[in-house]
Design a protein around this ligand. Structure first.
Ligand code: SF4
Length: 334
């Protein structure tokens, strides 16, 4: 793990003890994000992506969650040693979040302008008139039309795409060092998604802010991210540079996710889907958690959890039999 990382997480575990049993949501993940970098956390719903980000930000109620980690270090500070007031200061100022559903994330009874003003008033030391000016400029910067008029409107008066742009404006308002974007375009129409992604990428490149992107959408990953971290059933199963992994996945789960992406350039009338579902976190399979869904599984996979091992200086995979893409695109065991 890189010691010059902006965010360094080592050995993060999140469990939820319940009357019915223990839910192991995250089973010891390591990650590092460097200044200006975009890291994508990828996987199906229930793999532990969002829970990991909420745990890092101290946004999980403890109890019911139990959060343990060897290291959660952000910009040189040990986040586990900070109290709630200190964490609240970091959230919004140094680390901001963009949530999936803007209508839920925004306060329905406050105007867009007042909600944006709050960021500038609270974190940037501005007075009211400075905050208003900065808010209108922030709306303009993310492509909101007629920003002075939108400033006075309420969330329900804006389209879904406009509301998502407002969330992006709020996230970048205090010039944070890191933004965590949880499925930032999933709730939008496909045509609007691209516009919002372009805005997000332009803002990130211009500001040099690091981005942790949480998504199941590999086309979004391909467009925005530098590195990818694939999670399955609470564990990291593959990491590496986006271009390499999307071209030559080494883990059967990553290959399955890629094959599941609908394509317009083939005549196939049937979509591929990974069989079955993500396992119940209270009752995970023995050995490799992916083995009941994996077409490459052998006896060893049913008995022994593979360790995360290095394939190259930049790539790691958790698989007993990592794939090697043939010249023709066919997968083979290593
Ligand atoms: Fe499939 Fe075995 Fe690799 Fe797990 S360890 S992904 S079951 S081949």
């Amino acid at each position: 793990m890189s010691q010059d990382a902006l965010l360094l997480v080592e050995g993060l575990k999140v469990i939820f003890p319940t009357d019915a049993g223990i839910i192991k949501a995250v089973e010891g993940i390591d990650l590092a994000i460097h200044p200006g970098e975009c890291l994508a956390l990828v996987g199906e719903s229930g793999c532990g992506k969002s829970v990991s980000s909420l745990a890092i930000l101290g946004l999980l109620g403890t109890p019911p969650a139990l959060v343990r980690a060897q290291t959660i270090r952000f910009d040189g500070q040990n986040l586990q040693a900070l109290n709630e007031q200190q964490m609240a200061q970091i959230r919004g100022k140094d680390i901001a979040m963009i949530f999936q559903d803007a209508l839920t994330a925004l306060n329905p009874v406050m105007s867009i302008g007042r909600q944006l003003d709050e960021v500038f008033l609270k974190h940037c030391g501005m007075n009211k008139s400075q905050a208003k000016e900065a808010s209108i400029e922030a709306l303009r910067a993310v492509g909101v039309s007629s920003p002075a008029q939108r400033y006075r409107q309420f969330p329900h008066q804006l389209s879904g795409g406009m509301r998502q742009r407002v969330l992006i404006a709020m996230a970048f308002a205090a010039s944070p060092k890191l933004i965590i974007a949880d499925e930032p375009t999933t709730a939008l129409d496909v045509t609007i998604q691209m516009q919002v992604l372009e805005e997000l990428r332009a803002m990130q490149r211009k500001s040099g802010t690091a981005l942790m992107l949480i998504t199941h959408d590999l086309s979004v990953v391909n467009y925005l991210a530098d590195r990818i971290l694939v999670m399955y059933s609470g564990k990291i199963v593959e990491t590496g540079p986006v271009k390499q992994i999307l071209k030559r996945p080494a883990h059967p789960y990553t290959e399955g996710l890629l094959t599941s992406v609908p394509r317009l350039d083939t005549c196939n009338t049937r979509f591929y889907q990974i069989p079955d579902q993500v396992p119940n976190p209270m009752n995970k399979p023995s050995g490799c958690h992916f083995h009941p869904r994996c077409s490459y599984a052998g006896e060893l996979c049913k008995q022994t959890m593979p360790s995360l091992r290095s394939l190259s200086p930049q790539r790691e995979v958790r698989c007993h039999f990592p794939l090697q893409k043939g010249e023709g695109g066919d997968s083979q065991h290593a």
